[in-house]
Design a protein around this ligand. Structure first.
Ligand SMILES: [Zn+2]
Ligand SMILES: [Zn+2]
Length: 225
C-alpha cells in the first residue's frame, strides 16, 4: 500500500467541509510522486479518534489482574482473556478488546475490570503487591475488599473491617448508626499500622479510601456486633 497516514487536529467544521491541522509534516514530494499524471479525484480517508477510548492505565491494570489469576490457577492468559471477553459480551451484548485500534471505551474496560475483580474476590486470588487501580475502578475495588473481608493492601483473607476515616471511639457499637461511617478491610498487620501511623499518613502511603455501606451490608458483615 502506498497510502499516507497523518496525525491531525480538527481545526474547523463547516457543513461537509473539515479543516485539519496536521501534526505531522506533510510529505509534498511523496504526494507529487503519487499524483503525477493522475487526473481522477484525490481521495483521503478520515478516521476520527474517540477520546473516550480506554486508557493505558486501564490496559495495564487488566493485565495485572489476569496475570495474578494465571499465577494462581495456571490458566493461560489467552484463555483467561477469552473467558472475560465472553462474559463481557454476555453481560453487555457488545464486544470488547484491549488491542490497538480497539473501539472499546473507558466505560467498557471499567466494566470488564469489574467482572475480573468479581472473579478475583470470589475465588480469593492472591495479589501480593496491591494494584495501581485506575480511578474508574477505585470505588468498586475497595467495596469488594470490604464485602469479602480481603485486606485492600496485601490481599490477605479474613481482614478486619475498620471504621476508616472516623473512629468509632467510645460510642456503643451496638446502638451507633454505622451507615454514617466509612470502612476499609485491613489485615491484622495493616490494621495495626493504620492506628500507629494515623489516618492521614496511612492514606498518603497506601492510597486507601473508605467506603460507605448500607444497613443490609452492615448486617451481613456483622459490624454492629
Ligand atoms: Zn494487609
Ligand atoms: Zn481500626
Amino acid at each position: 500500500m502506498n497510502n499516507l497516514t497523518y496525525l491531525a487536529k480538527i481545526a474547523k467544521l463547516d457543513g461537509n467541509k473539515i479543516t485539519l491541522e496536521l501534526k505531522d509534516e506533510l510529505n509534498i514530494e511523496r504526494l507529487k510522486t503519487i499524483f503525477e499524471d493522475y487526473t481522477g479525484e484525490r481521495q483521503a480517508e478520515l478516521f476520527i479518534k474517540d477520546p473516550r477510548c480506554f486508557t493505558v492505565e486501564q490496559r495495564r491494570f487488566t493485565f495485572a489482574l489476569l496475570q495474578d489469576i494465571y499465577k494462581h490457577t495456571g490458566q493461560p492468559l489467552d484463555s483467561l482473556k477469552d473467558v472475560f471477553y465472553w462474559q463481557f459480551r454476555a453481560y453487555t451484548g457488545r464486544n470488547v478488546s484491549l488491542s490497538n485500534g480497539s473501539l472499546s471505551t473507558v466505560d467498557d474496560i471499567t466494566t470488564l475490570d469489574e467482572l475480573i475483580l468479581d472473579f478475583i474476590f470470589e475465588w480469593h486470588i492472591p495479589f501480593k503487591k496491591g494494584y495501581e487501580i485506575p480511578p474508574q475502578n477505585v470505588q468498586y475495588y475497595f467495596y469488594k475488599c470490604v464485602m469479602t473481608r480481603t485486606c485492600c493492601i496485601c490481599g490477605k483473607p479474613n481482614a478486619d473491617i475498620d471504621h476508616f476515616s472516623r473512629a468509632l471511639g467510645r460510642r456503643n457499637r451496638k446502638t451507633v448508626d454505622h451507615s454514617e461511617y466509612d470502612f476499609a478491610a485491613l489485615c491484622r498487620q495493616h490494621h495495626q499500622s493504620k492506628h500507629q501511623m494515623g489516618i492521614t499518613n496511612f492514606k498518603n502511603k497506601y492510597k486507601v479510601i473508605g467506603v460507605k455501606l448500607n444497613n443490609d451490608e452492615i448486617k451481613k458483615l456483622r459490624i454492629g456486633g
